[in-house]
Design a protein around this ligand. Sequence first.
Ligand code: FE
Ligand code: FE
Ligand code: ZN
Length: 275
Amino acid sequence: MIKIGCHLSSSKGFLHMGKEAASIGANTFQFFTRNPRGSKAKAIDPEDVKAYLEFAKGQGIGEIVAHAPYTLNPCSAKEKTREFALQTMRDDLERMEYLPGNYYNFHPGSHVGQGIEKGISLIAQTLNEILTPGQRTTVLLETMAGKGSEVGSRFEELERILELVECPELVGVCLDTCHVYDAGYDIAGDLEGVLNTFDRVIGLEKLKAVHVNDTKNPMGSHKDRHEKIGEGFLGLEALRRTVHHPKLCGLPFCLETPNELAGYEAEIRLLRQKA
Ligand code: FE
Ligand code: FE
Ligand code: ZN
């Protein structure tokens, strides 16, 4: 069964998210580890986590994806901003150990004029400081649209970061369909070609999760504006092909479209159908 779900609010805890996911036909989901703007995280409630894990097992909910606050910038030019990203990510990873075997996705960051090389090296440095051998969470670099000075809109950039990480088994990539298309990869017209490129540059074995979004903008626009499934430039068929592609079989697919729960439920149903 295809593992598909959507981004959910974590404000009411894990069991609540699990129940919401199950109620809309989802068997995975994504959530922010804290307020997306990066404030203090709520303490983990071990009882809630325990109840969630039991519920998830019964419902067949597979791996889930935690998303770091998108305001973090691990490759900022300001030491203070980098340090804040590092401390936040380290704290998130400690909390994720309550839910072993899942993913922690983050935006690599923006090099803000320091150049792509400097950005890559700062991101890898951050990863090398926060990854702990034996940790049970895989950290994912998200493919970016290439807005402003974002690092990670080219597969080559992500590959270079991965290459500099000292614990390669603890890192992977999350592919965002809106972002890669905005970055100039034609997943609507040539999904096979893009996956082959990913495989050649990074290796498909490093691909651990997918964000399924349509986009408000044409290929190569570097804008990063998500659209509802079927209402953007990618279209339902291209996204369906992605979700059902045999090379992506078993990966968690998470919707991050502008929707409420009912809209997500309908999109999950649409994408589960083969045609
Ligand atoms: Fe993201
Ligand atoms: Fe995304
Ligand atoms: Zn986005």
